[in-house]
Design a protein around this ligand. Structure first.
Ligand SMILES: Cc1cc2nc3c(=O)[nH]c(=O)nc-3n(C[C@H](O)[C@H](O)[C@H](O)COP(=O)(O)OP(=O)(O)OC[C@H]3O[C@@H](n4cnc5c(N)ncnc54)[C@H](O)[C@@H]3O)c2cc1C
Length: 502
């Protein structure tokens, strides 16, 4: 029988993963990527001899025998432990430079909080117990779309320990929950771990449970290396990847997707089309809004996105010991960085991964959220855009010098990426770095991978998997290929393959 051909739009983690599994399952796969490299938002870049990582803080599943690891093994990554587990999630730094270390392990986390905030003992215990309970949660291997009644019963049985938590906290956000603490400092610390009030409380428990389980590690070599390792697996599996090829349109005939039209004007045909690109661009530009409904339209009009980030990366001539892998600066009053009012920021020191450094040099990065509309307007005037970026670079260097004396003299390279950079390189709506914000409303939801009235077309990635995240979008693509195999009456194959090597 002739192999079916699949065209995939977008070589981010979701597109690469879908391509890899599809090729391993006997499909002919062609992947179109508008950028000159793979990875999408999971990326890094080289500037004047320094590697600046633009994405990962932590990755689920990089460690042997932990949840999510078998998927990475099937994809040929992390055969042996390929990640560094930090014993601290982060260090909170107050304006007076006092510090509070947030341990990754929940017992230590609880001990520290109880010692410091005895007035909140009952709520601290309740909170930490919830994190412990969620440590045992496992994501089912089978996609929801393929579950039969017996799978649903099994799932319900496995989920039983979590039902009381779903019932009690399912509608709560982190912002609402922290109001139960009496101590203001504790409230602020817990809010700043994720940094978004609207974030789902249940999702927060799960994130902390990954840290507790030692399953939220930094993949050695960083984000770019992870993406290029996946790219290599795709190529070894026979996937064709075409870079600098922006898809302009998804071609449809009689309500079936039959291929794509590239911006260059060429048409490419296939039996199935998968979009792993930005959701809005897929539905409203590539498909001209012809296959949608009220629910989808409302979501794209109203649902909250992760706010885009500004990232300032610094190449230092030598190491700087006073910064941890994740310092979170909490400011009592906002400060101005360029024209932006900043309430707090992440300062990351990449000293812990020797494979990123050249000789004694090191890299520190600063991240904080910023409004897309501000940058969108500014970017229409190239000089004004450049001036603002230069001002931000200068203000950040001066700010860091007040907090980390002596750092300024070590800085050799300063690089800045704005929400416009994210949008320009990846097409993500409003420069969002992880798609839809994970709120109580969309917690544990998956949006449909198909569009109403269109056959042979599927979506994968962070626009159908609320909350995004590298492991989550990779699993979403694995699920999709299982669905395709079932439709084509094939047995889904996912055996382990190669080692994780650059
Ligand atoms: C700063 C930052 C920190 C993060 N931290 C973490 C973390 O610690 N842990 C974690 O798990 N996740 C993290 N994430 C999120 C995670 O990286 C993303 O959720 C995930 O990588 C999204 O993958 P994706 O393939 O769905 O989308 P994308 O990466 O957006 O990929 C889409 C791809 O499609 C391409 N494309 C778009 N339009 C077209 C077109 N018309 N034609 C051809 N190609 C097109 C784009 O160029 C891109 O390559 C972070 C992200 C950022 C930016």
């Amino acid at each position: 029988m002739k192999q079916k051909k699949i065209i995939i739009v977008g070589a981010g983690i979701a597109g690469l993963t879908a391509a890899c599994y599809a090729a391993k399952n006997g499909y002919t796969v062609e992947l179109f990527e508008m950028h000159s490299k793979c990875g999408g938002v999971c990326t890094g870049w080289n500037r004047k001899g320094y590697y600046f990582d633009g994405c990962l803080h932590w990755l689920v599943g990089a460690v042997k025998n932990k949840a999510g690891h078998s998927m990475w093994n099937e994809l040929g990554l992390f055969k042996n432990n390929g990640a560094i587990q930090h014993t601290e999630i982060c260090t909170m730094i107050n304006e007076d430079n006092s510090r509070f270390v947030v341990p990754a392990y929940i017992d230590a986390f609880e001990r520290n909080l109880l010692q410091r905030y005895p007035e909140d003992t009952a709520v601290i215990r309740e909170f930490c117990e919830a994190v412990r309970v969620f440590t045992t949660m496992r994501i089912p291997d089978k996609p929801r779309e393929l579950m039969k009644l017996k799978d649903i019963f099994k799932l319900m049985k496995n989920m039983k320990p979590f039902f009381p938590y779903f019932k009690r906290f399912g509608k709560s956000s982190v912002g609402e929950y922290v109001e139960r603490f009496k101590n203001q400092e504790l409230k602020r610390y817990l809010l700043n771990i994720i940094g978004v009030k609207e974030f789902s409380l249940l999702a927060f428990f799960i994130v902390l449970s990954y840290f507790n389980d030692g399953n939220a590690g930094w993949p050695l070599g960083g984000s770019e290396r992870l993406a290029t390792a996946l790219e290599l697996q795709c190529k070894k599996s026979g996937v064709t990847i075409d870079y600098n090829c922006k898809v302009k349109k998804i071609i449809t005939e009689k309500r079936r997707a039959v291929g794509v039209e590239l911006e260059k004007g060429t048409e490419k045909h296939s039996d199935i089309v998968i979009s792993a690109a930005d959701g809005y661009a897929t539905i409203y530009d590539m498909l001209e809004g012809r296959f949608t409904n009220k629910k989808i339209n409302d979501r794209y009009k109203k649902a909250k996105l992760w706010q885009p980030l500004i990232m300032i990366s610094l190449g230092l001539t030598s190491g700087y010991e006073g910064i941890t892998h994740a310092d979170i600066h909490i400011l009592d009053k906002p400060i101005n960085i360029g024209s932006i009012s900043v309430n707090g920021m992440w300062v990351k020191n990449y000293f812990f991964d020797a494979s990123l450094q050249t000789g004694s040099r090191s890299v520190v990065s600063v991240f904080f959220p910023s409004s897309f509309s501000f940058w969108d307007k500014l970017s229409k005037n190239r000089d004004a855009y450049k001036r603002e970026k230069d001002k931000i670079k200068m203000d950040i260097v001066n700010y860091l010098e007040t907090r980390y004396p002596g750092i300024k003299a070590k800085i050799k390279v300063v690089d800045i990426a704005t929400p416009i950079t994210t949008f320009r390189y990846t097409g993500n709506r409003q420069g969002s770095f992880e798609g839809w914000l994970l709120t109580p409303e969309n917690f544990a939801k998956q949006y449909k991978k198909t569009l109403p009235g269109l056959k042979n077309f599927y979506m994968t990635g962070q626009w159908v998997q609320p909350g995004g995240g590298v492991s989550a979008v990779a699993k979403c693509s694995r699920d999709l290929v299982q669905i395709l195999c079932r439709k084509d009456k094939k047995e889904f194959k996912a055996q382990e393959s190669y080692d994780y090597k650059r």
